[in-house]
Ligand binder design. Structure first.
Ligand code: AVI
Length: 357
């Protein structure tokens, strides 16, 4: 397979190169940087002292959180996953037609189930199909790799356990590549973060490479609020799991019975805001660094935002970051869209006279 890789992430590169040379489905991890517990503790302290109180949503995806998220995707109210999967099923062959025989790298791959449609379309056209799922959760990644191994033994695959950005330095060497970022995970970024992410991705790709992006579209409040307040209470368990994790990893001793899930649509910002509400006053301490945090009755801690998009706004934004929209695929209700974007050449005629990207 691919015998290359050298980048600012030497540990990741070396492991990835070795994995590719061995031609075995392997999981490689990013370099051990900050201790994950210290990272989590610092982020929690920073977020719980901030105004408004906010926790970083990346910490929702420990092994339990990733499993709960998979359960969310199967809830009848959570239309996102099945709508996107149907779009992929209908258009994967056309996507393969448009991209040609690229490698596929999937950011935040989770269970990788929807990716089956892409892998099938790639395999059907013959030639090697190379797939690189990237996820922060090693449990989710191992399960996804095992599943793909059994469903698609012909796929050459290397799972990469790291945060999204850590993999960017490798992208140029994976070219020609299609980077898939599905499920509207981009909606979990605040607007400036999203733009920074897309710009960095564009800068890391070679001109002509592809970005397949799933975005959830603005729709009626009742549909959105139902999706984030499922009857079975799985989303509530997902939110509460962040505090379960604080108890387990940071010895916080939080009374979990005094935490309820709250999610509502903020039309002014076109996003679903997801929070944990403390129903009783309580104080707790996170170890390390051992600071006391006091929450009053009714206090909210925001755990996620989930932005909803309008095509007429998001496409120009993405184009301004260095991509050209090649094709937009959507469902009959226009609830969800899959955007196939292409990294523009560094000097494109469209930008003649403007600052080069
Ligand atoms: C991962 N992400 C796209 C989900 C969403 O819909 O924003 C996370 C989620 N949180 C609660 N339900 C789903």
């Amino acid at each position: 397979m691919d015998a290359f890789f050298a980048s600012p992430e030497p540990h990741l590169c070396r492991n990835l190169r070795d994995a590719c040379l061995r031609r075995t489905p392997t999981i490689v991890q990013s370099s051990p940087g900050l201790d994950p517990i210290v990272d989590f503790a610092r982020s929690c302290v920073r977020g719980l002292y901030a105004d408004p109180r906010t926790l970083e949503s990346r910490f929702l995806y420990d092994a339990q959180g990733s499993a709960l998220f998979e359960e969310i995707t199967r809830q009848p109210e959570y239309y996102l996953t099945r709508t996107e999967a149907a779009i992929l099923a209908a258009h994967a062959a056309e996507i393969r037609e448009l991209t040609g025989p690229t490698r596929i790298l999937e950011l935040g791959s989770g269970s990788s189930l929807k990716t089956d449609h892409l892998l099938k379309a790639w395999l059907e056209r013959g030639g090697p199909t190379r797939y690189y799922p990237v996820d922060v959760s090693s449990a989710a990644l191992s399960a996804a790799c095992a599943g793909i191994r059994s469903r698609f033994p012909a796929v050459e695959m290397v799972g990469i356990q790291c945060q999204y950005r850590e993999v960017f330095p490798l992208l140029a060497q994976l070219s020609p590549v299609l980077v898939a970022f599905l499920g509207s995970s981009i909606g979990n970024f605040a607007p400036p973060e999203m733009l920074a992410f897309v710009r960095t991705l564009a800068a890391a790709l070679r001109p002509g490479d592809f970005f397949l992006l799933g975005v959830d579209l603005v729709k009626e409040r009742s549909i959105l609020e139902a999706a984030y307040n499922d009857q079975a209470g799985v989303t509530a368990r997902f939110t509460r799991n962040l505090f379960v994790r604080m108890n387990r990893e940071l010895d916080a001793g939080i009374d979990l019975d005094a935490i309820e899930h709250a999610a509502w649509y903020r039309q002014d910002q076109e996003l679903v805001e997801i929070s944990a509400r403390f129903t009783r006053e309580q104080s707790f301490r996170l170890t390390p660094p051992g600071r006391v945090i006091t929450m009053g009755q009714g206090d909210l801690v925001r755990t996620e935002i989930s932005r909803k998009f309008r095509m007429e706004r998001v496409i120009p934004e993405l184009e301004g970051c260095g991509f050209a929209a090649e094709r937009v695929f959507t469902d009959s209700q226009r609830w969800f869209a899959l955007l196939l974007l292409r990294r523009r050449p560094l000097y494109s005629p469209r930008r003649a006279g403007k600052r080069p990207l």
